[in-house]
Design a protein around this ligand. Structure first.
Ligand SMILES: Cc1cc2nc3c(=O)[nH]c(=O)nc-3n(C[C@H](O)[C@H](O)[C@H](O)COP(=O)(O)OP(=O)(O)OC[C@H]3O[C@@H](n4cnc5c(N)ncnc54)[C@H](O)[C@@H]3O)c2cc1C
Length: 423
C-alpha cells in the first residue's frame, strides 16, 4: 500500500517540552515498504522514537518518520535466545510481552516508556558491573538507508558495531533482534545516607553488591542520599547494612516530594524483572517531567578523580540540580557507545528546567570530565562539539565513513549531527 499523507501529524515537542521540533510533520508509515517510499520522496528526514531525548538530536527541517503504526510483530526464537520485533515498541510493552512468554532482557533503563529504536540509537543504559548498555543486547538490525535500500546487519558483519548506536544517521531502523534470557525475579532495596568517605573507599565493593546499583546524590553534605540495589533472586541476598548506610523500610522516590507510587516496588519484595529493573512504572510519570538531563560516561579507572571534581563543583551544581545518579556498565565494542573499549560509570544530572543556567555550567563540568575521557550521553544536554568529541571515540572517522556510505545524499543530517559529528 502507498503511504497516505492523511496519517501525518504535527511535529510538536519532545517529552520534556524543552525542544519544539522544527520538522514539517511526523509521517507514520505502517511497514518497511512505506518507510522506503517516504525516503525515496527525498529529504531531509529523521527517525523519531518516543521523544525522550532532550535536544534537537532527532529533529529535521524536513519530515520525521515514526514507527508508531507498525505492528509490534514480536517473534521469539527460543533456540537462538533472541527476540525480533518492530523497534518503535516501548521497552515496557516489549518487556511485558517477553515476560509473558517466559523470557527477559538483561537490563532496562530507569524508565520503560522509551522506544527500543530510540534508546539503542543513543546507547541508553541501566546499571550493573556486569551489564553492558541496552545497545549491547542487539544481535541484528534492519534499516532502510538513505538510498532506500533495506539493509540487514548482524554481529558477524564488519559495519555492525558502527550501525547499532547510530544517532539515526544511517537510516530508519525497521526491525531489531535482541538477546534474551529466561525470565528472572528481582528485589529492590534502598539504603539511606551512605557516607561519601565509605563510597569513595569502597566504590567497587558497593557497585558490585547487587545486579544493578544506582547511587543518588546532590553533591552536598557528607553522605550519598540513596543507594538503590536491584538484586536477582537467584543470587545472594543483599546486605542488611551497606558501608554505614541504613536499609530503608518504605518505598521512596529518588526526587524529594515526588510520589513513591510512581516507582517500582522496593523494600525487598520480589517481582519479575520487567516490574523491577526500571525505577519507574510504565503507567506513571517517570522522573519529574519538568527537567533537563545531562550525563557523562567516565572510564571506570578515572571515576575517583571525576567524583572529586564534581564534589568540588558541588556548590555550583546543587542550586540547579534535582538529583545526580551514578551507574556502572561494562565495556563494549559499539563505536559511538560511551562505554566503547572501557568499563564506565555514568555521572548523570537531572536538572531543574533552567536551560540558560545549566548551559552556562556544562562547559565547566565538561572541562573537568572530558580530559578524564568522559563521553557525553548522546540523548541528553551537553556542550561539547565535534572538536572535543572526535578524540574521545577511536572509531569516530569510521562512523562518519559509514554514514557517508549509507546516506550519500545527506538525507538524515541535521544541525545536531553537524555540530557534534561534523556531518
Ligand atoms: C525521564 C527520562 C529518563 C531517562 N532515563 C535514562 C536512563 O535510565 N538511561 C539512559 O541511558 N538514558 C535515559 N534517558 C535518555 C533516553 O533513554 C534517550 O534520550 C533515548 O534516546 C530516548 O529514546 P526515544 O525513543 O525517546 O528516542 P528519540 O528521543 O525520539 O530519538 C533519539 C534518537 O534515536 C533515533 N531514532 C529513533 N527511532 C529510530 C529508528 N527507528 N531508526 C533510527 N533511528 C531512530 C532518532 O533519530 C534520534 O537520533 C532518559 C530520558 C528521560 C526523558
Amino acid at each position: 500500500m502507498a503511504y497516505s499523507d492523511s496519517e501525518d501529524q504535527p511535529a510538536g515537542q519532545n517529552w520534556a517540552q524543552s525542544h519544539s521540533f522544527a520538522a514539517q510533520a511526523v509521517q507514520r508509515p505502517a511497514d518497511a515498504a512505506e518507510v522506503r517510499e517516504l525516503i525515496l520522496r527525498g529529504g531531509p528526514v529523521r527517525a523519531l522514537g518516543s521523544r525522550h531525548s532532550f535536544t534537537d538530536l532527532a529533529d529535521t527541517t524536513g519530515r520525521l518518520i515514526s514507527l508508531d503504526r507498525f505492528s509490534p510483530d514480536l517473534v521469539v526464537d527460543e533456540a537462538a535466545r533472541t527476540a525480533s520485533f518492530s523497534p518503535g515498541l516501548r521497552y515496557g510493552d516489549l518487556a511485558t510481552g517477553l515476560h509473558a512468554r517466559g523470557w527477559a532482557l538483561h537490563n532496562l533503563a530507569s524508565l520503560p516508556h522509551i522506544s527500543v529504536a530510540g534508546a539503542i540509537a543513543t546507547a541508553t543504559h541501566g546499571s550493573g558491573d556486569r551489564n553492558g548498555n541496552l545497545s549491547t543486547a542487539v544481535s541484528a538490525i534492519e534499516f532502510v538507508n538513505g538510498t532506500g535500500e533495506l539493509t540487514r546487519l548482524s554481529r558477524a558483519d564488519a559495519d555492525f558495531d558502527g550501525a547499532v548506536v547510530s544517532l539515526g544517521a544511517i537510516g530508519i531502523v525497521t526491525r531489531i533482534t535482541l538477546d534474551i534470557e529466561p525470565t528472572f525475579d528481582v528485589r529492590q532495596d534502598l539504603y539511606n545516607d551512605l557516607p561519601w568517605d565509605a563510597a569513595l573507599a569502597h566504590f567497587d565493593a558497593i557497585t558490585s553488591s547487587a545486579y544493578s546499583v544506582s547511587l543518588f546524590t546532590r553533591w552536598i553534605g557528607d553522605t550519598i542520599e540513596i543507594a538503590w540495589l536491584k538484586s536477582r533472586m537467584d543470587a545472594p541476598a543483599p546486605p542488611t547494612e551497606l558501608f554505614g548506610a541504613t536499609l530503608q523500610t518504605h518505598d521512596q522516590h529518588m526526587l524529594p516530594g515526588q510520589p513513591a507510587a510512581n516507582t517500582t516496588k522496593q523494600c525487598g519484595v520480589p517481582g519479575p524483572w520487567n516490574d523491577r529493573l526500571a525505577h519507574f512504572k510504565l503507567g506513571f510519570t517517570p522522573s519529574n517531567g519538568d527537567e533537563l538531563q545531562s550525563e557523562y560516561l567516565v572510564p571506570r579507572s578515572n571515576i575517583l578523580p571525576a567524583l572529586a571534581a564534581m564534589r568540588a563543583l558541588g556548590p555550583r551544581i546543587e542550586p540547579l540540580l534535582l538529583v545526580t545518579e551514578l551507574r556502572t556498565m561494562t565495556a563494549d565494542r559499539l563505536w559511538l557507545s560511551g562505554a566503547y573499549d572501557t568499563d564506565a560509570v555514568g555521572i548523570h544530572f537531572t536538572w531543574k528546567k533552567l536551560p540558560t543556567e545549566v548551559g552556562n555550567l556544562l562547559p565547566d563540568i565538561e572541562a573537568a570530565l572530558l580530559p578524564l575521557g568522559a563521553r557525553p550521553h548522546w540523548g541528553k544536554v551537553f556542550a561539547a562539539g565535534v572538536d572535543q568529541l572526535a578524540p574521545l571515540y577511536p572509531r569516530f572517522d569510521d562512523f562518519r565513513a559509514l554514514v557517508a556510505r549509507h546516506d550519500p545524499n545527506g538525507l538524515f543530517r541535521n544541525g545536531f549531527l553537524e555540530r557534534k559529528l561534523g556531518l
